[in-house]
Design a protein around this ligand. Structure first.
Ligand code: ADP
Ligand code: MG
Length: 242
């Protein structure tokens, strides 16, 4: 069973068809990077994977559960999917610890002690155990993004979605976040990552998917899609970003 199966996924906003029949799979433990020009539908695709957007047609199957089935327990399925956005979306009035425990408590119903323990484990994982009592405003963007990653991990997801997690960061802060993501990949986390970081994609991804205008143009290992692209559209995009 694949971790993620996307079958003939279409998504329109009114007259605008943004996803025009997307098919791909992510195997358990794989890292798949999605690259492509702005407006090509990458965020919409990612948001369809946890049904933050309702697909117009097609299937999204995560861990064998068809999320597009109207009878599915969507809340239960979503709990298994972590998402990290470009904007970190931390609660500014809550400490780091509280940011990482609140959903554990309210959504999973874990007790206070267990939540704190799991928060500590995951803050340690992202290298921020010394910041548990800080507020988001006292942290750098890179630190805030690592808290957002710890918060997602604390829910014990089987799949992590990342939508340009380093695009809002100052260049010198990008590396720390990518290091955390690389470690996560090494630990065997299944990850679907929209990114413009070609170095990360080349080194960490098992597969790279190049999207343009709502279709997948190319899908293969990084040494093929990035180093030896077969399509002119891919080559043109890479010329601009590399
Ligand atoms: P990317 O992440 O690759 O930059 P997006 O998925 O964000 O692309 O957007 C793809 C297209 O869909 C864009 O033309 C965008 O304006 C449009 N779009 C995205 N979300 C919405 C929405 N909620 N309503 C209308 N149009 C949208
Ligand atoms: Mg986007």
């Amino acid at each position: 069973m694949s971790a993620v199966e996307i079958k003939n996924l279409h998504k329109s906003f009114g007259q605008l068809e943004v996803l025009k029949g997307i098919d791909f799979t992510v195997e358990s433990g794989q890292v798949v990077c999605v690259i492509g020009p702005s407006g090509s539908g990458k965020s919409t695709l990612l948001r369809c994977v946890n049904l933050l957007e309702q697909p117009t047609s097609g299937q999204v199957i995560v861990d064998g559960v068809d999320l597009t089935d109207p009878d599915v327990d969507l809340d239960a399925a979503r709990r298994r999917i972590g998402m990290v956005f470009q904007q970190f979306n931390l609660f500014p009035h809550l400490t780091v610890r509280r940011n990482v425990t609140i959903a554990q408590e309210r959504v999973l119903g874990r007790g206070r002690g267990e939540c704190d323990q799991i928060a500590r484990e995951n803050l340690e994982r992202v290298g921020l155990l010394d910041k548990t009592d800080a507020y988001p405003g006292q942290l750098s963007g890179g630190q805030q993004q690592r808290v957002a990653i710890a918060r997602a991990l604390a829910m014990h997801p089987s799949l992590m979605l990342f939508d340009e997690p380093t695009s809002a960061l100052d260049p010198e802060l990008v590396g720390d976040v990518l290091t955390v993501m690389r470690k996560l990949a090494e630990d065997g986390m299944t990850m679907l990552v929209v990114t413009h970081e070609m170095g990360f994609a080349r080194e960490v991804a098992d597969r790279v998917v190049f999207m343009d205008q709502g279709v997948i143009v190319e899908d293969g290992p990084p040494e093929q899609v990035i180093a030896d692209p077969q399509h002119e559209r891919t080559r043109e995009f890479l010329r601009r970003v590399l």
